[in-house]
Design a protein around this ligand. Structure first.
Ligand SMILES: Cc1cc2nc3c(=O)[nH]c(=O)nc-3n(C[C@H](O)[C@H](O)[C@H](O)COP(=O)(O)O)c2cc1C
Length: 200
């Protein structure tokens, strides 16, 4: 599939089938993630791949509990895509333990050497996470960029043995999609492009 078609249809897939994902495919995702750019090519990232049912249950349970009662119904007047997104996010958070694979994208506070800057951690992790999402789409896998780990940071750290100097940037559930991929809904280019100087 053409790379532009992959990027144009890599929408968040929040409903996943229970079928396992082969480890070779997971390794391909990590390969893609680690082709990303990072400040000074520092590459201070790490990807914790979780398939163990007990660990997923601990993490998923803690996140589901943290979200419990916090998703509000946007009401019938809300935009259809917003309603679908919130419903999907709720389903994903509640069913996280059933996702075949969880990938926690992490970054160590280690760049620049001697005076590490937090911004550099996020600057490395997010391009890697986006590469991973695009690669998943290319392989026909479903994935969603989430920051769910923030809701249960202590449990996630303890369950996965994440040290204090390692930041957690994204928790990405991966599996075979239970809903189709399709075009992403984004603002048109002519609304966001500013030739030569900022307009408006
Ligand atoms: C930094 C970041 C954090 C996100 N966090 C969540 C999240 O916690 N839960 C979720 O369901 N989606 C999350 N998303 C996915 C976005 O909600 C989603 O990409 C956006 O609504 C556009 O939908 P689409 O990608 O399907 O076109 C996140 C995306 C980014 C880039």
């Amino acid at each position: 599939m053409d790379v532009f078609e992959v990027m144009g249809t890599a929408r968040a897939i929040r409903y996943l089938r229970a079928d396992p994902v082969q480890p070779e495919l997971v390794e391909k995702l990590i390969w893609a993630a680690t082709r990303a750019s990072s400040p000074g090519n520092s590459q201070q990232w790490g990807f914790v791949v979780v398939t163990d049912a007990d660990k997923k249950a601990r993490i998923g349970g803690a996140i589901a509990d943290a979200f419990s009662g916090t998703f509000r119904d946007p009401g019938p007047d809300a935009d259809r895509s917003v309603r679908l997104m919130l419903r999907g996010a709720k389903a994903l958070a509640e069913g996280l333990a059933t996702a075949p694979v969880l990938i926690l994208v992490c970054g160590r506070m280690a760049y620049p050497r001697g005076n590490p800057d937090e911004l550099m951690v996020w600057s490395a992790c997010y391009p890697a996470a986006q590469n991973l999402i695009v690669a998943a789409r290319g392989l026909g896998l479903g994935a969603t960029f989430t920051t769910f780990q923030r809701r249960a940071e202590h449990v996630v750290r303890e369950t996965l043995g994440i040290p204090d100097d390692v930041r957690m940037a994204a928790l990405i559930p991966i599996g075979w999609p239970d809903r189709p991929h399709g075009p992403v809904n984004r603002r048109p280019v002519d609304e966001v492009i500013h030739w030569e100087a900022w307009q408006g």
